[in-house]
Design a protein around this ligand. Structure first.
Ligand code: ADP
Ligand code: ADP
Ligand code: MG
Length: 647
């Protein structure tokens, strides 16, 4: 077994690989760019080597630097993770040429599967069913148009060098073909430096089914069943599960056999994934599943396979790379239960899923399920890399149990101020079609409007949160309204079930109190008196911000009192008496006795419970009495000033 390993990647996958390496007693070496100097993967590894500037092309994509880092630290092997150099055959060769172990397939296998057209030809020869289409050398627009017409619309134009959902165009009518081709080729040129395309029949009601395969250097190849990755947005996976819903044993046997055949055709060694596309218009059928491509690396969604098979795929990768045979033979591999993974992205669904960057001032992920993440609270999500910040993996005996657990977990994701797709994930997991497993790759796009809708913050909930925040830093609090005699309303913040008021908040019936909050980063005013608080079903206080969620809430709201902008108390008792709304300190007095004031004019500022409150004139008038002096400590309901109506 290898004793030391360099991980040529970052983020959650680097952390994931380090975890298993550590369990196996392998010394780990991380590499990092400028932006990642304090990243979690750097802190998790035994050693770390700086390899360049923040853009990936200046660091994580420079093979020579990574190999030099391995040499320098005496690492025996390199694990590429996914993305970056993981499917770069030249890099794999350079690693081996440097006398290091490459934790991945033979460079020839990578090359054979690297271009989609060559891979499909290879699969045709190996009698693996492939999506009908055109794979020809003749790339003239006329020929491509002719082939598309012959295949019949809709068709999909794919860059042969494409990946990650890029370089694909669906074309619905012959008249649109030329434009779509040109735009696909432009994207392919800039992203992959290769304009060659293939054309496929566009499968209607498509489902993305893929099979995990594994080979060793002794000629053994096994599969570890399938995953369903049909929940995609713009051809990028969002939720993955294993097994595939509605998969019967005959169809499973057919698709898994085809996958093993495909892996065998390239003498595959290590972890790989054979992706298929299924026409699911009449359910999954063995004669309607076609090879799409092979990913010659560990896949983002590998944890769902680990969950149903009990196999640690990274451990297998390291054993196989060390020359050991596969730990299990095919008949020893079985699956049990259901697993579902959600990808948490730092992005703003409301703004067209634009990546959201910035500091993770607050970052709390749920407990009790598997969470693979590459960031910690306080980290920065930079614009340089993939915005996926975590994966949540739920399990259950049946699909529904896993799905419910995952939805529940996503409701407990608390990230601020960076925006995430957490609420979108909850909506998707709870959408009827997904619940019923009536899935295909177009589901998200068809339901986008309802999936990205944001829950409106509930004013009562927010006022409860405001009270909780006022009572912070004590945790385990509850806010409850009390009605006392004379129509006075009092709110009491107490701890737990004990009637042990920590903070009383009394209001004269005629008074009105407005708190200005920053809700999910946006300003909002709440009239505490008009709404009255309700008890949030969940909440969490952290410094000067609080997260509250209603019983039936999807993702909760996080808010804080703005530190600079003072919250305001508007008005007072109807008689113009300005009473201290809570115990506090007078920060400033803005008026003088006898001064004429207009409604809303600032009279004085009180600081209480970390919050500044401006007390304003309730109506046009004259300051008749002024007892407040700057710096004075006052009790609740102390008369501070009195305004009388102008004659
Ligand atoms: P697929 O290629 O079928 O979409 P996955 O859904 O497993 O496969 O996503 C992996 C792909 O996502 C990689 O091929 C890569 O293009 C991209 N990717 C994911 N994470 C990263 C990363 N950290 N850096 C660069 N690319 C990444
Ligand atoms: P990438 O390398 O970008 O992952 P794939 O060939 O794996 O490219 O395709 C990505 C996704 O595009 C698939 O998961 C599927 O949703 C969709 N797709 C690919 N081929 C077809 C097809 N022929 N018909 C319909 N959808 C397709
Ligand atoms: Mg793919």
């Amino acid at each position: 077994m290898i004793t030391s390993l360099l991980i040529a990647n970052r983020g959650e996958i680097a952390c994931r690989i380090i975890r298993t390496a550590r369990q196996l007693g392998i010394r780990t070496v991380a590499v990092y760019s400028d932006a990642d100097a304090n990243a979690l993967h750097v802190r998790s590894a035994d050693e770390a080597v700086h390899i360049g500037a923040s853009p990936a092309r200046d660091s994580y994509l420079i093979g020579e630097r990574i190999i030099a880092a391995a040499k320098q630290t005496g690492a025996a092997a390199i694990h590429p993770g996914y993305g970056f150099l993981s499917e770069n055959a030249e890099f794999a060769e350079a690693v081996q040429a440097a006398g290091l172990i490459w934790v991945g397939p033979n460079p020839d296998s990578i090359r054979a599967m690297g271009l989609k057209d060559a891979a499909k030809k290879l699969m045709q020869d190996a009698r693996v069913p492939v999506t009908p289409g055109y794979l020809g050398e003749d790339q003239s627009p006329d020929r491509l148009q002719f082939e598309a017409d012959r295949i019949g619309y809709p068709v999909l134009i794919k860059a042969v060098a494409g990946g990650g959902g890029k370089g694909m165009r669906r074309v619905d009518a012959a008249a649109d073909f030329a434009d779509a081709l040109a735009s696909c080729q432009r994207e392919a040129a800039s992203s992959f430096g290769n304009t060659q395309v293939l054309i496929e029949k566009y499968i209607l009601a498509p489902r993305h089914i893929e099979v995990q395969v594994f080979g060793d250097s002794h000629g053994n190849i096994v599969h570890l069943f399938e995953r369903d990755c049909s929940m995609q947005r713009r051809h990028q996976k969002v939720i993955e599960e294993a097994p595939a819903p509605g998969m019967d044993s005959l169809t499973r046997a057919a698709v898994c056999d085809a996958a093993v055949k495909a892996a065998r055709a390239v003498n595959y060694v290590g972890a790989g994934t054979i992706e298929f596309i299924a026409d699911a218009s009449e359910g999954l059928r063995a004669d309607r599943i076609w090879f799409m491509e092979m990913n010659t690396r560990l896949q983002v969604e590998h944890p769902v396979t680990e969950a149903i098979t009990g196999v640690d795929l990274v451990e297998w990768q390291l054993r196989v790379a060390s020359g050991e045979p596969l730990p299990k033979r095919q008949f020893e591999i079985s699956m049990e239960g259901w697993a579902m993974e959600a990808r948490l992205y730092a992005e703003d669904p409301e703004k067209g899923f634009l990546p959201s960057t910035g500091s993770l001032d607050y970052f709390a992920l749920p407990h009790g399920i598997r969470v693979d993440t590459g960031v910690a609270e306080g980290a920065t999500v930079s614009r340089f890399y993939d915005p996926m910040i975590a994966k949540l993996i739920a399990t259950g005996y049946r699909r529904d149990a896993a799905r419910e657990q995952l939805a529940e977990a996503c409701k407990n994701i608390r990230v601020q101020p960076v925006r995430t797709n957490a609420e979108f994930l909850v909506r998707l997991l709870e959408s009827q079609a997904f619940v019923d497993a009536e899935i295909d790759t177009g589901l998200i796009e068809r339901n986008l409007d309802t999936l990205v809708e944001r829950e409106a913050p509930d004013a009562q909930l927010l006022s409860a949160g405001a009270l909780l925040l006022l009572a912070a830093p004590d945790k385990g609090l509850a806010a409850q309204p009390l009605l006392s005699g004379k129509g006075n309303r009092e709110w009491v913040v107490s701890s737990g079930t004990q009637w042990n008021p920590l903070f009383g908040f009394r209001l004269n019936a005629a008074a009105k109190r407005t708190v200005r909050l920053a809700v999910d980063g946006r300003p909002m005013e709440i009239d505490l008196d008009a709404t009255g608080p309700v008890e949030p079903s969940r909440y969490d206080i952290d410094g000067d911000s609080v997260w509250v969620q209603a019983e039936d809430g999807v993702a909760g709201h996080r808010f804080s009192f703005p530190l600079s902008a003072a919250s305001q108390t508007i008005g007072s008792a109807g008689d113009g008496a300005i009473l201290a709304p809570m115990p506090g300190r007078i920060v400033s007095v803005e008026v003088a006795e006898g001064q004429a004031v207009t409604a809303g004019q600032k009279l004085l500022v009180l600081e209480a419970m970390k919050m500044e409150q401006a007390l304003l004139a309730p109506f046009d008038g004259v300051v008749e009495t002024l007892t407040a002096t700057p710096g004075a400590q006052v009790q609740v309901d102390t008369l501070l000033a009195k305004v009388v109506k102008a004659e």
